[in-house]
Design a protein around this ligand. Structure first.
Ligand code: 6LW
Length: 508
């Protein structure tokens, strides 16, 4: 499970510590090990789990919900439905994960002794109402589940049984909307109730209250919100949905979500909500959040940088790496590396990326400037390489024997923007994104997305260069970010390899 790592000392650390669509981070510590979970919405497998020893370098070790019985996303589950906001905790020698499936199953609890998996079958919590469930154990072992709103109910985490009525705890600052993402901690003499408020857009912030018992009453911190980047002028915006953890040396840290808009004011963010890290100090029994920027002063302990992930996945291992995600489910008959050794074969389940059930295997776009390439054999079907925000917002380069086409969908508008005859046989398709830079021109989009083909010598022919703003959250809405991946729209399409690499400085 552990990934080899090299101790490193003093170079600056870049924030986000987990780039790309990794929102609603929840973190826990078990001895020297840290684990972190994120929301996953309509994607399967769900709830990516990361491991770190130094809080700044994170490696994905699995997905908590990787069996169909754990993650039921019925046909028609809308984009940005599905799995919301986990809380991950280590208690009594076990790991506990609580999430909401907003598309049917409601609040669910999972447990394991190894966060890399397997996780248990879901324990339903029919008596727990509200999103963003948190778990906290009292000193006598009583388990409290606190949800957005903010309210609390006692539960038995082994059975899912609830006791008594949900009690309102705190609704945040007067006038601030959406008190959510509660986390309850026993630190020193107090129980602290951390929440997000203001909504997950430009007014997002983090506030805290404290009390003498896990049930309150809670007294709000006079300095609330303890973190916010309200407004549009900071390189990291929409900051909120946080969780606290103690560092290896007893210092305190906060993980939270934020976005990095690019392009003209007010900017577009295209990678979704990402996971950032920020130091926390204490003053008069209240946490004080340090400066959150895209460069983080290195913490004082040895840093362990994992080897850079390989550019190429050759599909030789027989198993898909945990970073690969599909839409709503991944039936083995539609997605296999067994049909053609060393190739990923996708059998079409829908006719295009407009279809929620399309056969799709992709990975989160994690760098604003990046390049993805794929070698595809279309002899038995039609499919290609896509950059996707949701069913209604995607660009793709699609191949059939002898022809490639660039297709776009933006809201109600569908278009074929280019086509080209190709030789029969496998073709290399390429999508690159390039940030357009910091400009004062308010008309400037966040990036340009280039789609084209490579010849066998690697020479690139661009078929289209498209404005990236139409695949941004500001245009499409929703809670996710871009995912780049392979799909089949007819027959069976075979992919020999997929390359993904960052291509530019990733600053704002
Ligand atoms: C999540 C809520 C939020 O449940 O967005 O930013 C929702 N915070 O707490 C979906 O990620």
């Amino acid at each position: 499970m552990r990934v080899s790592s090299m101790p490193r000392t003093s170079s600056p650390v870049t924030n986000p510590v987990i780039p790309g669509f990794h929102p609603d981070p929840s973190i826990c510590r078990a001895g020297e090990d840290y684990y972190l979970a994120c929301s996953s919405f309509e994607y399967f497998p769900g709830v990516p789990i990361f491991h770190s020893r130094d809080l700044v370098h994170w490696t994905q070790i699995g997905n908590a919900l990787d069996r169909p019985g754990q993650l039921r996303l019925p046909p028609g589950t809308r984009s940005s439905g599905g799995i919301y906001a986990p809380t991950l905790r280590h208690h009594d020698g076990r790991f506990w994960l609580i999430v909401t499936n907003v598309s049917g199953d409601g609040n669910l609890l999972f447990t394991t002794t190894d966060p890399a998996g397997p996780w248990s079958d879901p324990i339903p919590l029919p008596g727990v109402h509200g999103i963003d469930p948190d778990l906290a154990w009292d000193d006598d072992g009583t388990c409290w589940c606190t949800t957005a709103g903010v309210g609390q109910i006692r539960i038995d985490p082994h059975t899912g049984e609830t006791f008594g009525e949900r009690r309102p705890l705190w609704s945040g600052a007067p006038g601030a909307k959406a008190p959510e993402a509660p986390h309850l901690y026993h630190i020193g003499d107090y129980w602290y109730l951390l929440i997000a408020e203001g909504g997950t857009e430009r007014c997002h912030g983090v506030s805290i209250a404290r009390g003498r018992t896990p049930q309150g009453p809670f007294e709000p911190c006079p300095a609330n919100p303890i973190l916010t980047h309200r407004g549009t002028d900071h390189p990291i915006q929409n900051t909120g949905h946080a969780d606290l953890v103690e560092g290896p040396d007893g210092s305190w840290w906060m993980v939270l979500l934020g976005v990095r808009p690019h392009g003209g004011t007010p900017g577009w963010h295209v990678l979704g909500r990402e996971t950032f890290l920020v130091p926390v100090t204490w003053s008069e029994g209240w946490p004080v959040v340090g400066e959150l920027s895209t460069v983080l002063a290195p913490p004082p302990w040895p840093l362990r940088e994992p080897a850079a992930p390989p550019v190429r996945d050759d599909f030789d291992s027989g198993e898909l790496a945990p970073a690969w995600i599909s839409l709503r489910s991944r039936p083995a008959e539609n997605c296999t590396t067994k049909e053609r050794a060393g190739w990923l074969s996708l059998r079409a389940a829908g006719e295009s990326l407009d279809d929620p059930e399309v056969s799709f295997v992709g990975r989160r776009q994690q760098h604003v400037s990046c390049r993805a390439r794929v070698l595809v054999d279309p002899a038995e079907g039609r499919g290609g390489l896509a950059v996707r925000l949701d069913e209604e917002h995607h660009y793709e380069i699609e191949v059939t024997p002898g022809e490639v086409r660039v297709l776009t969908r933006v809201g109600p508008f569908r278009a074929q923007v280019a086509s080209r005859a190709t030789a029969a046989g496998p073709v290399v398709l390429r999508i690159g994104t390039a940030v357009t830079g910091q400009v004062s021109d308010a008309r400037q989009g966040p990036d340009t997305i280039s789609l084209g083909i490579e010849d066998p010598q690697g020479a690139f022919t661009e078929l289209a260069a498209l404005d990236g703003r139409y695949l941004s959250t500001e245009v499409a809405g929703g809670f996710t970010g871009r995912v780049i991946g392979m799909y089949a729209a007819a027959g069976t399409v075979h992919f020999d390899w997929f390359d993904y690499e960052p291509t530019g400085p990733d600053g704002p």
